[in-house]
Write a protein that binds this ligand. Structure first.
Ligand code: 8YV
Length: 312
């Protein structure tokens, strides 16, 4: 008998193939009334649906959850723990790709890649003009990394190649960060000194709106904010206000809250803001490795074995 598993959206072909021999896959209708729930033995959480205890309770045969990704803020881990349900996740697999994306966004917003591309293909570009779209130097500038975990440290390594001065803020100073020539700062001092601020903190109650009005006010007018963490770490209303008043030079965000933003959200119309549809880990290689670990965790949980990476 194949294991009955649930996913919140259709699985990509390579992942479907990994479970084809052992599992029957059901795509959840995203309600707690889905009639398949009582049959489900394993939940492969593919996107970021909210997974509270009440949903787990609807799956009376549930033995484990396996999250595709390292951030598990959408799953109520305490509820899973209280029900004795292991939760798998994929730490370590997304770091390189997400750090690359942080740098891609940093360079894109700092050097006007999107505005330049729009101009180059637009009707107004008839004569070369050396006076337009002067960006901010990247090499030699000061980078502030908020959240010096796995992703933050890889961002720091990228920054060394650009001869950047590297500052970081964490709950505590970290010896691993110092080895990367990164200097510890309070959040306030980091925001005041940095030309580029990269957010790579996990989403927790403590990091919700860690960047809001007061923090944006501390940043230099010439500075840029880059978010590859979770949308909820930035207060979007405060960011919109800061961008509209040119209180900071620009923002580049791989993530928003909600995701996607409503189509008429004013942030989507700001020229000094780049928004991507959560592409941090979206390379074929990284996604394949994440899929492998997610499936291995799921099968281990279904068989009652220890998962390779467990968040709860
Ligand atoms: C994934 C992520 O794209 O790992 C994470 O926490 O946010 C991304 O790498 C996402 O989890 C897949 O849905």
């Amino acid at each position: 008998m194949p294991y009955q598993i649930l996913t919140d959206s259709a699985l990509p072909p390579e992942m479907a193939e990994m479970v084809a021999d052992t599992c029957e896959v059901h795509v959840w209708d995203l309600t707690e009334e889905d009639p398949i729930l009582p049959e489900i033995e394993g939940f492969l959480v593919y996107g970021h649906p909210v997974v509270p205890g009440s949903l787990m309770d609807k799956m009376s045969r549930l033995r484990c959850l396996s999250n595709f990704g390292v951030g598990v803020d959408h799953i109520v881990l305490d509820d899973a723990k209280a029900r004795g349900l292991p939760v798998g996740y994929t730490p370590g697999f997304v770091d390189g790709a997400t750090a690359d994306m942080a740098f891609a966004l940093l360079m894109a917003i700092g050097r006007n890649l999107v505005q330049g591309w729009l101009h180059a293909r637009g009707p107004d570009y008839l004569v070369y003009d050396g006076n337009i779209l002067h960006g901010h130097e990247i090499y030699g500038s000061t980078l502030g990394i908020v959240g010096m975990g796995r992703v933050g440290r890889v961002v720091a390594r990228r920054a060394s190649g650009f001869d950047m001065k590297i500052l970081y803020h964490n709950r505590n100073p970290s010896p691993q960060a110092e080895e990367l020539n990164a200097s510890y700062r309070s959040l306030e001092n980091l925001l005041e000194e940095a030309d580029f601020v990269v957010l790579s903190v996990p989403m927790t109650p403590e990091t919700r709106h860690i960047i809001s009005e007061a923090e944006l006010a501390r940043m230099k007018q010439s500075a840029f904010l880059i978010n590859v963490a979770r949308g909820g770490v930035v207060d979007h209303e405060a960011l919109l206000d800061a961008l509209q008043r040119n209180q900071i030079a620009g923002a580049a965000m791989d993530v928003t809250e909600p995701e996607p933003l409503p189509r008429d959200h004013p942030l989507l119309r700001q020229d000094n803001c780049i928004i991507l549809p959560h592409l941090g880990s979206a390379t074929s290689q990284t996604r394949f490795q994440m899929a492998r670990r997610t499936v291995d965790n799921l099968l281990a949980g279904l068989r009652g074995e220890e998962m390779l990476s467990r968040a709860a």
